[in-house]
Design a protein around this ligand. Structure first.
Ligand code: C5P
Length: 201
């Protein structure tokens, strides 16, 4: 039986970790849809046109090396603003969502555009300051030299771009449960997410 859990929200709100944990808890398959845009962005950086890259994308492209780099993240957010690229990625995501055994998809527009009929929808968010602090700590841990103000500015910029773009802007679906993780540690956030999904089952 198919059961879709849609998890949307801005970068660094804890969406990725929560989605993985929710998928493991329910024994569902998990698709990080940001990887689709990253894979298209990476192929564009390698010289392919973004539309061709999206139209010929296969599951194995999602396992390419180097999809998590800042350059590829930039390229991903560029290609994600092209409506034809988004359209070319819809069928893959919907097929994944309706697979037998249940699926968790996380991204920006899963509950609103890709799977408006999802059985459970979560919108995971946190204040820009908290998200910037988490991202800053991650960067420092990874040995990147930066400062908190710069990361906060980038967070505001990306929020603005994601929520004001014409096509599939970042916003909670009307029927999504909002999970603000600003004051939650990761265990508490995962428990709250699982409880929210159970309440929608
Ligand atoms: O979540 P992640 O940082 O991997 O996403 C990379 C880029 O892809 C983001 O900048 C976002 O704008 C875009 N994206 C999107 N729709 C999704 C997932 C990601 O537009 N469903």
């Amino acid at each position: 039986m198919a059961f879709t859990i849609a998890i949307d929200g801005p970068a660094a709100a804890g969406k990725g970790t929560i989605s993985q944990a929710v998928a493991a808890h329910f024994d569902f398959a998990h698709l990080d849809t940001g990887l689709l845009y990253r894979a298209v962005g990476k192929r564009m950086l390698d010289g392919m046109g973004p539309l061709e890259a999206a139209q010929t994308l296969t599951a194995s492209d999602l396992e390419a090396e180097g999809l998590r780099t800042p350059d590829v993240a930039q390229a991903a957010s560029y290609v994600a603003a092209i409506p034809e690229v988004r359209a070319a990625l819809v069928d893959f995501q919907r097929a994944f969502a309706r697979r037998d055994g249940g699926a968790v998809l996380d991204g920006r527009d899963i509950g609103t555009v890709i799977c408006p009929e999802a059985e459970a929808k979560l919108f995971v968010t946190a204040s820009a300051e908290v998200r910037a602090r988490r991202r800053y700590d991650e960067l420092v841990k990874a040995g990147v030299t930066t400062d908190y103000e710069t990361v906060l500015n980038q967070t505001h910029e990306r929020d603005h771009r994601d929520s004001t773009r014409q096509d599939a802007p970042l916003r909670p679906a009307d029927d999504a449960v909002i999970l603000d993780t600003s004051k939650l540690d990761i265990e508490a956030a995962i428990s709250a997410a699982v409880a929210a999904v159970n309440s929608m089952r």
